[in-house]
Each structure stands twice: as C-alpha cells, then as structure tokens.
Ligand binder design. Structure first.
Ligand code: CP3
Length: 362
C-alpha cells in the first residue's frame, strides 16, 4: 500500500480494551478495531477439553468455577480482547418448563407443536431459574477488573430458540418450524412472544450482573426470505432492542446466513450488526454508514490459512469495514472444534498489528 494513501490515525491515544470495544459499538473514534471470536472458549482448545473432562456440557454451564475458568482461557491462550460468558443459548430454557439435553447438539424431549404446550410455558424469574449465570458474570467482572478486558453476555434470539423447540433438534431446513409458521402462525407467534419476554428479562439481568455488551444470536433467522424475515423476525429484534438497558450495554445482533436481510437487521435498531462471511462487508459498511457498527466476518475455516494469509485477510476486512461507523473484528460464525489454535492466535495478533500500520482512507 502506498504511504500517501495512509490515513493519519485519529487523535485518540491508546485505548484500554473496554473503551475500545464500547467505543466501537457506539461508533466513536478508536485507535484500531477490537477483536474477539464467537465460540472462542470451546473444544478446539485442549485446555477447554481438560476442564470439560468428566462433566456434561450442561453441568459445566452450571459450574461457576469451571465456567469462569474456560471463559477466561481465550485471553491467555489466543489473545482475545473480550470475554464472553461461557454458557449456551439453551441455559434459560429448562426454567421455562422445557426439558433440554445435549447429544452433542441440543435435543428437546417433547418438541412444541400445540397451543396447550405454549400456554403451559413459564417466563421464569432469571435470578431463580439461572442464578449461576449471574454469579459467573459477577466473578468474571472481578477477575477482569485489572486488565480492563470487557465482558459480554448473550442470549439466543426467539426465532432460533423456537426453531429448536419446535423441531426438537438441529436441522438443515427446520421443516416442522416452517410448517407451523405457515399452517399455525398464531401458535408460533405466541411461542415467540413468550420467548421474547424471557430473553428481555434474561439479558437485562445479565447487564445488571455486569455484562458490558450483550449479543443476540439468531442463527436460523436467515432461513427466511426478506418478506418473512420482516414479518417474523424484525419486530422481535426491534422489541428486544427497545427494551434492553442499552445505556449500560450496547446490543450486537448476529444473524447467520443473513446477507439478504442486512437492511432489516439495521432497522432493528441494534448498535452492532454481526455479519457472516457470505456478506460483502464493504457493501454492508457503505449501507450502514453512521447508523450502526459492524462485527465480523472472517470465515472460521479461513483460520486454517498461513499466518501471513490470515494477516492479509484481517487487513482486508478491516479496510472494507471502514465506511461503517465502527468495526469489531470477529468471525462470521463460531470457532469449530477443528479450528487450529495458531490460526486463532494469528487472527488476534493481526488485529493488534492494525494499530501500528493504520488503514487507508475510507
Ligand atoms: O461464544 C462463546 O464462546 C460463548 C459460549 C457459547 C456456546 N454456545 C458454547 C457451546 C455461545 C454464545 C453459544 C451459542 C449457541 N449455542 C448458538 C448460537 C450461535 C451459533 O453457534 O450459531 C447455538 C445455535 C447453540 C446451540 C448449540 N450448543 C449447539 C448446536 C451445540 C452443539 C455444537 C457441537 O458441535 O457439538 C451446542 C453446544 C456448545 N455450546 C458447545 C459450546 C462450547 C460444545 C459443547 C461441548 O461439547 O463441549
């Protein structure tokens, strides 16, 4: 790149990791993009597998010491600059009266197919149903105080939770869910509305317990075409965005397979749109401009590249995202069990290197 094209770094000094992430979420000037990875605490790390030995995944989510330990591992092991609560989108589901198991993916004992089943669901008091989640967050905040590494909370979005609850397990096309959407829309509407109540209470309780940013995961909303997304998903995201304590914690909205609904994601009012690798981030950045920040969007499989190639990919993504008001480096989806640890390390190092070199003018 030619020296003449280099943009002078904005007049901010070196930021601490919390300021860098929060400012990026809100579109304020930063020294360089912050970096973390979805599913950064997981089976690709031998140290994670060691802590996970002898306990089931659900037990681990409830075990405060183990959950804290694995949440923190990615700071030291791969240089991540944010910690995400170790848990799962299904953690708050048993409290609603639904039995869930992991084999290894989520499995619902009695999939929801009728109005009676929806009417029986409870919206639990989060403190009673998942006290361990808030304890994990409180302990993490204490552990992170000195390093000023920020803490993220999260929840599954109602559509994605409903997808599993209706289907009973993971699926390529979630045929049972779609059947309900078209043949019994009022049942799915009631289910999403109960799940929305749960998610709002659960995320606000995470913010009260110390989560500084919250991310809503809508892994399966991209199954819908734009018109159906607008009807079934956008209003739910907008309601959640409106009811969260966003003065205290900005909201990141992740939609997998959502290249065709970036405009609708923007309309939700979320502070940050988290994009998968199928989205042209340059186009999305021009589209969102100063209305939202972006997060993403390297293909997790690209972490199998050489260190040099990962540096080049990161630079290219950061450059392409410049027209957006802010950018958080992340993957387009979570780390996979076969993700090479060196690749993850190269990814976070590449983000730090952007601080030294600067990027071209947007
Ligand atoms: O990002 C993080 O590091 C935080 C922890 C986190 C997990 N799951 C841990 C986990 C988060 C944010 C999730 C979100 C989640 N869980 C989503 C939405 C995001 C996405 O990935 O699309 C979904 C759809 C789930 C449901 C889920 N949980 C599935 C499908 C599986 C099985 C995956 C597999 O390959 O076995 C899980 C289990 C799970 N959640 C693991 C982890 C680390 C693996 C558990 C293990 O066996 O140790």
């Amino acid at each position: 790149m030619s020296g003449a094209a280099q943009k002078a770094q904005p007049a901010v000094g070196r930021l601490d990791p919390t300021e860098r992430l929060l400012r990026s979420c809100r579109g304020q000037t930063v020294d360089r993009p912050p970096v973390w990875l979805m599913r950064q605490a997981g089976r690709y790390l031998p140290e994670y597998r060691k802590v996970r030995e002898g306990v089931s995944f659900l037990e681990m989510c409830r075990d405060v010491d183990r959950a804290v330990e694995v949440s923190l591992q990615p700071i030291r092991l791969v240089g991540s600059e944010a910690v995400i609560l170790f848990s799962d989108i299904f953690t708050p589901i048993p409290g609603m009266g639904i039995e869930v198991d992991f084999r290894p993916g989520p499995t619902i004992a009695e999939p929801i197919r009728s109005r009676e089943q929806v009417e029986k669901l409870r919206v639990p008091d989060p403190q009673e149903s998942t006290p361990f989640v808030f304890e994990i967050l409180r302990v993490l905040r204490k552990e992170l105080a000195d390093s000023r590494i920020p803490l993220l909370g999260f929840a599954g979005a109602p559509f994605t939770l409903a997808a599993y609850l209706v289907q009973g397990r993971g699926s390529k096309d979630f045929g049972e869910l779609k059947r309900m959407m078209y043949a019994a829309p009022s049942i799915l509407r009631a289910l999403q509305s109960t799940l929305t109540e749960m998610v709002v209470g659960y995320l606000n309780a995470q913010i009260a317990a110390g989560a500084q940013v919250v991310q809503l995961f809508d892994t399966w909303a991209g199954l819908l075409g734009p018109a159906e997304y607008r009807e079934w998903v956008l209003p739910v995201h907008a309601e959640i965005a409106a009811r969260l304590d966003r003065d205290r914690a900005p909201l990141i909205l992740y939609v997998n397979n959502g290249a065709h609904v970036v405009d609708e994601m923007l309309e939700s009012g979320a502070d940050v749109l988290s994009l998968d690798w199928r989205v042209d981030i340059a186009k999305a950045a021009r589209r969102v401009g100063d209305r939202a920040s972006l997060q993403g969007n390297l293909d997790p499989c690209a972490l199998a590249q050489s260190r040099e190639a990962i540096f080049a990919s990161v630079r290219q993504i950061a450059q392409a995202a410049r027209p957006a008001r802010g950018h958080i480096l992340n993957l387009g989806h979570g780390c996979l069990p076969d993700t090479p640890v060196e690749g993850v390390r190269a990814f976070t190092d590449a983000a730090r290197a952007l601080g030294g070199e600067g990027l071209d003018e947007a």
